[in-house]
Design a protein around this ligand. Structure first.
Ligand code: 5AD
Ligand code: SF4
Length: 480
């Protein structure tokens, strides 16, 4: 295959690994619609399919905002759209397989709609192997752009419309902070708020530090202004987003950190504040105090442990031992007794023995988590773990996952039992998709509740009496 790097701005994992001392630029005026692209989308529609985490969900809100500012409207069906974007996730192989399946399916759509602009963006496009594969095998794609290039969408779209060649722009730089981008939020009462981008932790299994660049914080003023606007617009809940929110501010402030931000965001008066994700390393006492003392910071913490075995944690580059984790976990539970804690776990990390896996099971028993997202380890090209010797067969890994998932299910149900006949506060998001006579929403502790209530209360926080407990949801009735 030809060396495409001469022709395109293509990604490089080697460059993405670099962490320099250069200042990160906070840029207010990077976004521009070329004069001849203003209003170009009038009468046309766009469709965005999002894969992966909340960072991607939030990016898709920005992509939607950009397209709408060019006149496009959202399509409810992909077949109506003149612009289709797949915002992709690279975290595990099966996430990537899903995207390639969709790209294959869209080949037919492109055949019947030759003027369709078909773009791929997000974390997968930051990987050299993926971009090579697309260039070689998927000519139906018109546009590839990376996670650092979102604000360039109007310019790239223009190129894609004018040029016959595929347009590729993926910067592998460490990243800037781009402000003032338009956005179309997916929800009316709860909102994502980015507080930082990128990741510097380099856990050995993880592709994210390569796909999302250097850890960089937004200015606190920008964050607080966004939250204040959301309050004025009637939003009831925000989730502060970052790959590791604990390190918020380290890159730009000497004495202002995530605990300070939690305090200031709390003072905006928004009803509910959540945050994700927290690394168990650097989870400070000040953070625990902030959560314990501010009523509008929700007592629900996502604290990914990944493994219950210290040797595996070391090989994962996690920077804490089993004992460190348990000490933190117990400290949180003592200071905030009703706090729900959820986690992420990887089974079948290279070389994980039966005994090491049993450590994960026993840690799970101890923590009795409310919920866990569990995964079989998936090697990611370019990460250190992908080069580690792995002699554990697929069947063994699957059996471990099944056993762990049985425990996850059992604990989820047991933990929910305390809510039977209790009155909980629910932010009403709307009617249930399965049954439109029921309303649906989440409690402070992030428990899903389906209940009979007053439709006029959608968007409000109401009291609900729990009448039935299930493993993944609660059922109830609204009370006065
Ligand atoms: N294989 C399997 N799971 C992974 N995760 C991250 N990288 C991998 C990988 N290579 C999981 C971790 C992380 C969650 C978002 O995805 O548990 O916390
Ligand atoms: Fe997927 Fe990670 Fe990228 Fe989120 S940051 S979209 S989880 S690879």
């Amino acid at each position: 295959m030809k060396d495409y790097s001469e022709y395109f701005k293509a990604p490089s994992l080697k460059e993405a690994r670099h962490r320099g001392k250069d200042d990160i630029h906070h840029i207010d005026d990077a976004y521009e619609i070329p004069a001849d692209m203003v209003g170009i989308g009038k009468g046309q529609k766009y469709y965005i399919q999002t894969y992966g985490c909340q960072a991607n969900e939030r990016d898709s809100e920005t992509l939607a905002g950009i397209l709408e500012s060019m006149g496009y409207e959202e399509a409810t069906d992909i077949k109506e759209a003149q612009v289709v974007l797949l915002n992709t996730c690279a975290i595990r192989e099966n996430a990537e397989e899903k995207v390639f399946g969709k790209i294959g399916y869209l080949k037919n759509l492109k055949r019947t709609h030759p003027d369709l602009i078909f773009g791929v963006c997000g974390c997968m496009t930051q990987e050299e192997v993926v971009v090579k594969k697309i260039l070689e095998k998927y000519p139906q794609i018109d546009l590839i752009f990376g996670t650092h290039n979102i604000h360039r969408l109007p310019v790239l779209l223009k190129q894609a419309m004018l040029e016959k060649e595929m347009v590729l722009e993926v910067w592998s730089k460490e990243g800037d902070v781009i402000e003032n981008l338009p956005s179309h939020r997916a929800h009316r009462y709860k909102a994502w708020v980015n507080i930082m981008y990128g990741c510097d932790k380099f856990c050995t299994y993880c592709i994210v530090p390569y796909t999302r660049g250097k850890e960089r914080s937004r200015l606190k003023e920008e964050i607080l202004e966004e939250v204040n606007e959301l309050v004025q617009q009637g939003y009831k809940e925000i989730t502060l987003l970052g790959q590791n929110v604990n390190s918020y501010g380290h890159d730009i402030y000497d004495d202002y950190n995530f605990a300070s931000l939690l305090h200031d965001v709390s003072l905006t008066g928004i009803d509910r504040i959540r945050f994700t994700t927290s690394h168990p390393w650097e989870f400070s006492d000040d953070m625990i105090e902030a959560i314990a003392t501010h009523d509008n910071i929700m007592p629900a913490i996502h604290l990914p442990v990944q493994s219950g075995n210290t040797e595996i944690l070391k090989k994962m580059g996690r920077r804490y031992t089993r004992e460190d984790y348990l000490t933190l976990f117990d400290k949180i539970k003592v200071r905030i007794p009703d706090c729900t804690i959820t986690t992420d776990i990887i089974v079948g990390f290279p070389g994980e023995t039966d005994e090491q896996f049993e450590d994960t099971m026993s840690l799970y028993e101890h923590c009795s988590y409310d919920l866990a997202y569990t995964f079989i380890y998936s090697p990611r090209d370019g990460t250190p773990a992908a080069k580690m010797k792995d002699d554990i067969d697929k069947h063994t890994k699957e059996q471990r996952l099944y056993r762990l998932n049985d425990l996850v299910t059992e604990k989820a149900y047991q933990n929910n039992l305390i809510y039977q006949d209790q009155i909980v506060e629910v932010l009403v998001e709307g009617t249930s998709k399965r049954d439109d006579t029921m309303l649906t929403g989440y409690t402070k502790h992030q428990k899903l509740v389906n209940f009979k209530g007053n439709n006029d209360h959608i968007g409000q926080i109401v009291k609900v009496k729990i009448t039935e407990v299930k493993t993944w949801a609660l059922k109830g009735e609204e009370v006065e």
